[in-house]
Design a protein around this ligand. Structure first.
Ligand SMILES: C[S@@+](CC[C@H](N)C(=O)[O-])C[C@H]1O[C@@H](n2cnc3c(N)ncnc32)[C@H](O)[C@@H]1O
Length: 213
């Protein structure tokens, strides 16, 4: 599935408070150096254009949200959305999520992990590039607090089955729990931009949650 152009960005907008680089992350990890308030932290892997992060952070001011995006172009785009909304509890990290989890997040430091529409990597020889592997699932579980939740949605049946199989390899994760959908009430009433595109095309969406026990 190709991606649309991001359109013109406002080069005068200061995104420095909202866009972080891997090199500037605090070592050892300390979320108080990234967010003004120390509160529960949730991470979105593969933020894309940042719709989820912006809406969720506005709705839940007592939770901090960190989006990790490997593409600088998309990370900038999403950060500019957060900057325009002057959100203090949301940041975008331009980095590879795999590297970030293993290098930075301590055990039991995240209360939620959101994975929406990860790249499917259709070709068999590219399957090893898929995000949800048993090794990475162990990292997700390690970093979740007890009762913390992994949210995993996709429109690709094969990616869904492979993701569920990987998540099912860690016995500390309980699931999949089903997630219901609701009718959109306005044009941007979707979890993410990919969900919006797929639902407008009438494609099915597979949604699941796993709980850290
Ligand atoms: C198909 S897009 C979905 C974007 C968004 N979640 C949505 O639903 O609209 C997948 C996104 O994951 C990002 N991505 C892929 N691998 C990643 C990784 N290892 N770490 C962080 N981001 C990654 C891609 O650059 C892309 O923006």
């Amino acid at each position: 599935m190709g991606r649309r152009s991001l359109g013109k960005s406002n080069s005068e907008l200061d995104v420095s408070a909202h866009l972080l680089s891997f090199e500037c992350l605090p070592q050892p990890w300390d979320q108080a150096q990234i967010f003004p308030l120390r509160q529960s932290l949730e991470v979105e892997i593969g933020t894309g254009k940042g719709l989820f992060l912006q809406r969720q952070a506005s709705a839940m001011p007592s939770t901090n949200y960190l989006g990790i995006e490997i593409s600088l172009k998309y990370a900038r785009f999403a950060a500019s959305k957060l900057a325009r909304a002057a959100l203090t509890n949301a940041r975008i990290l331009h980095a590879d999520a795999r590297r970030t989890f293993s290098a930075h997040f301590p055990d039991a430091s995240l209360s939620g992990i959101h994975i929406y529409f990860p790249d499917p990597w259709w070709k068999k020889r590219h399957h090893k590039r898929r995000l949800l592997t048993p090794d990475f699932v162990r990292e997700l579980t390690r970093t979740l607090v007890p009762e913390g939740i992994v949210h995993f949605w996709t429109d690709v049946a094969e990616t869904y089955e492979a993701g569920l199989a990987a998540l099912g390899t860690d016995e500390r994760l309980q699931g999949p729990h089903p997630v219901s959908s609701k009718e959109a009430e306005h044009d941007l009433d979707y979890q993410t931009h990919f969900e919006r595109r797929m639902r407008l095309r009438g494609k099915p969406i597979y949604r699941s949650e796993f709980t850290r026990v």
